[in-house]
Design a protein. Structure first.
Ligand code: HSE
Length: 308
């Protein structure tokens, strides 16, 4: 096998109460990465289409991740990569992570799977850190593992796949403005109140319990953030209105995806998810803000092969 094409999904990180440690992959939006073995040693970018991303291999998250993958192997040849960049950088939907995750997943398959998924998270993170030097692995882990993930950023990215509830959906709205993760993270407070930390601990533990027990009332009560959302809401003037539409119609949760500007709602019924998507669509049109919207299972498939 000399060539492979993979689809690497966009993802939502934080899931409200899990700042930097929770995330899920979404369906219907992702980057397409093609990788071909070359006789020549090194990494070569053949083509990048779609949204603009760096073409210098030292600054492109996919090629930096690939380089870190290759550094662990005694591989005398190289790779040529093409990227169809469908996830807008600065969307809060794991754009840089999808490229980094997709490239190392593809390379691993082309070389007969020398590495585990956990190893791939580490390689992909060296790419992700190029785009934001304090980036956690919530998006990379979501893209590689799929479903809903809990990641330990301090112990070499240990990842746990949490139960994915059936018939629960995510509605995602991406207003077409950009805000880089590093810019957004620089504005966060460096310290939090003990009481806020305690609220957050209760929420994250309760949320995980709700996934194991399919308890949607508990899920709704636990999906609250006490660490970053208050600060971030101020940057997105549309958020409060969208949140009230989403909750009034019966969503389980409505929050900012990653550091924004995207917003997601979790909904316990497909028809209701369609309605919430439509009503939020209408509100963005009314506000004259260009956007894209998606309806996905809550925890979709991770990176997958399209063509061998
Ligand atoms: N979890 C990060 C944040 C974004 O909220 O800043 C994605 O890694």
């Amino acid at each position: 096998m000399n060539e492979i094409k993979v689809f690497s999904p966009a993802s939502v990180s934080n899931i409200c109460c899990g700042f930097d440690v929770l995330g899920f992959a979404i369906q219907g939006l992702g980057d397409i990465i093609s990788l071909r073995k070359t006789h020549k040693k090194g990494i070569f970018i053949k083509k990048i289409s779609g949204f603009n991303i760096p073409t210098d291999i030292k600054n492109n998250t996919a090629t930096v991740a690939l380089n870190s993958f290759l550094n662990q192997l005694n591989y005398s040849n190289g790779f040529e990569i093409s990227i169809e960049k469908n996830i807008k950088p600065g969307s809060g939907l794991g754009s840089s992570a999808a490229c980094a995750a997709g490239s190392v997943f593809a390379a691993n398959l082309l070389l007969g799977e020398p590495f585990t998924l956990k190893n791939l998270v580490e390689f992909a993170m060296s790419g992700e850190l190029i785009s934001s030097e304090s980036a956690p692995a919530d998006n990379v882990a979501s893209a590689l593992y799929g479903g809903i993930v809990l990641v330990d950023n301090f112990k070499k990215y240990h990842v746990i796949n949490l139960p994915t509830p059936k018939h629960v959906f995510a509605v995602i709205h991406h207003p077409l403005i950009s805000r880089s993760t590093s810019e957004s993270r620089n504005e966060l407070p460096k310290k939090v109140l003990l009481q806020s930390a305690s609220f957050q601990l209760t929420n994250i533990a309760s949320f995980i319990h709700s996934l194991h027990t399919n308890n949607f009332d508990l899920m709704q009560r636990s999906l609250n953030d006490h660490l970053v959302q208050n600060q971030r809401e101020n940057f997105y003037p549309y958020f409060k209105k969208i949140k009230s539409i989403s909750y009034d119609l019966g969503s389980i949760c409505c929050s900012i995806s990653g550091s924004g500007p995207s917003i997601f709602s979790i909904v316990g019924d497909y028809k209701l998810a369609e309605k919430i998507k439509l009503e939020i669509d209408k509100e963005f049109i009314k506000m004259d803000i260009k956007f894209n919207s998606y309806l996905s299972p809550f925890g979709a498939q991770g990176v997958r092969v399209m063509e061998f």
